[in-house]
Design a protein around this ligand. Structure first.
Ligand SMILES: Cc1cc2nc3c(=O)[nH]c(=O)nc-3n(C[C@H](O)[C@H](O)[C@H](O)COP(=O)(O)OP(=O)(O)OC[C@H]3O[C@@H](n4cnc5c(N)ncnc54)[C@H](O)[C@@H]3O)c2cc1C
Length: 426
């Protein structure tokens, strides 16, 4: 590492950690090491992500973040540079996103719909008959009464691990000293003595040996292990993150007319599920409150089985929403979210430990914004470590990539009053 550069360690090589690494690689003032427990990047909770890209949120700063993220995914090759052939980078399948809500939500959603429109999101409101006409593969019954929204720009990223590898390859191409220290676990922190207690490095366990990596800046991007890494740093936060167990089913759908038609993603609050209709891996997951309450004491210790009753019930719901669907080769799986318990919003912030930052609590919803979160974290590190600002007293506002919308980073601070809008679409 050259003496003039700021050594940064990122704990975690998921989509968040690799996005931060790419943004630091674009800035010649940093040397970055990712420490990753797995044998390669993108194998943690990111690997299980459904990677749906949509912009409908109820919280204004989340809408802006999602909108900028959408622009990045639409220009993925441009974003990751020429480090890979165009055919080697991951696909963003822009098939649109269809939302179904119970009629009882209409009044409350109207306000959020208006906000999305003000912020530049293209969204169409659909009556039941309009939804039937536009999307004949999806069934919209008159009872229970419901209404729909359609986001034509939305879709999903075909393979979230592949996207993470794209980010890491781009970081390496831009700054060859960027490295991922894999099969290596951060098990401790080093600090200067009290009262300063500035972070000076991390202790890493790898192949049975311990090693200290010096760092002026350490960023926690450990996904569902974020709470444990904060504890290792001696830095619990006022807002707690906690791992959350999520059931889902991968399958092949042998009933749909693949190759003839595109099917939009469907996020269905009437039946409590979402559908990612991909020809290779059809995915259904859940979005009801009762599907989001399995919090885990330990992100490494959970039941990987999914009960048959749940699979049968959700498969029947898919069939109700998509009558031609015929699921085969059902493969029930479990993923883990890293949830900010109070309001399901990320925490993107510095901490009371000088040099220690967090990009955590992505709450099952921020694959879409990860590349932009990388940029925000870089701006935060530059402001505090290079420009001598204190973003606690002088909160950061950044212009978001492509949209140039002003984003108030303090909305995702560790001190915020929890937002009223919780859950994955909060
Ligand atoms: C089932 C599921 C469905 C989702 N669906 C969507 C969706 O449709 N749309 C959307 O936008 N978002 C979605 N998300 C959310 C999104 O995928 C996550 O927010 C994102 O992938 C989190 O990335 P991460 O880098 O923070 O975490 P991770 O990918 O978990 O990366 C953290 C890494 O840190 C490593 N690590 C942890 N502790 C240590 C340590 N001590 N030392 C070294 N390494 C360590 C882990 O091994 C891991 O690889 C979903 C998430 C899940 C789980």
């Amino acid at each position: 590492m050259s003496a003039s550069k700021i050594p940064v360690v990122i704990v975690g090589g998921g989509v968040i950690g690799c996005s931060i690494a790419l943004e630091l690689a674009r800035d010649a003032r940093f040397d970055t090491t990712i420490v990753e427990r797995n044998s390669e990047v993108g194998q943690g909770s990111t690997a299980m992500s459904t990677a749906i890209i949509r912009q409908y949120y109820r919280h204004a700063e989340s809408v802006k973040l999602a909108r900028s993220g959408m622009q990045v995914w639409s220009r993925w090759r441009e974003w990751v540079g020429e480090s890979r052939a165009a055919s080697d980078v991951v696909d963003f399948r822009q098939v649109g996103v269809l939302w179904a809500f119970p009629e009882s939500d209409r009044a409350s959603e109207a306000e959020h719909l208006a906000q999305c429109a003000r912020l530049g999101v293209q969204l169409e409101e659909l009556t039941v008959s309009a939804a039937r006409d536009r999307f004949p593969d999806y069934a919209f019954a008159d009872t229970p009464a419901s209404f729909g929204l359609y986001e034509p720009d939305g879709g999903y990223v075909a393979d979230p691990s592949h996207a993470t590898r794209d980010l890491y390859a781009a970081a390496r191409a831009m700054a060859p000293k960027t490295r991922a220290f894999t099969s290596a676990e951060v098990i401790g922190f080093e600090h200067t003595p009290y009262p300063e207690r500035r972070v000076t490095g991390v202790v890493v366990h790898r192949n049975g040996t311990l090693e200290t990596l010096a760092a002026a800046v350490v960023i926690n991007a450990a996904g569902p292990h974020s709470y444990a890494v904060n504890a290792l740093a001696g830095c619990p936060l006022p807002l707690t993150t906690v791992p959350n167990r999520q059931k889902l089913v991968n399958a092949r759908d042998v009933g749909l007319a693949w190759g003839v038609r595109d099917y939009p993603v469907c996020i269905d609050f009437v039946h409590g599920l979402y559908i990612k209709p991909d020809p290779e891996t059809f995915r259904m997951g859940a979005n009801m409150r009762e599907d989001e309450d399995e919090f885990l004491p330990n992100a490494d210790d959970f039941d990987e089985r999914v009960d048959d009753e749940w699979v049968t019930r959700k498969s029947a719901a898919v069939k109700t929403r998509m009558p031609a669907s015929q699921l085969a080769e059902l493969d029930p799986r479990v993923g883990v979210y890293d949830v900010t318990a109070a309001d399901w919003k990320p925490i993107l912030d510095k901490t009371p430990v000088p040099g220690y930052y967090v990009a955590i609590g992505t709450s099952g919803a921020w694959f879409k914004g990860a590349p932009v979160i990388g940029r925000i974290m870089r701006d935060m590190v530059v402001a505090n470590e290079i420009e001598g600002r204190d973003t606690d007293t002088e909160p950061l506002t950044v212009a978001l990539p492509f949209t140039e919308q002003a984003f108030r980073v303090g909305e995702f601070s560790r001190f915020r009053t929890p937002h009223a809008t919780a859950g994955v679409i909060g």
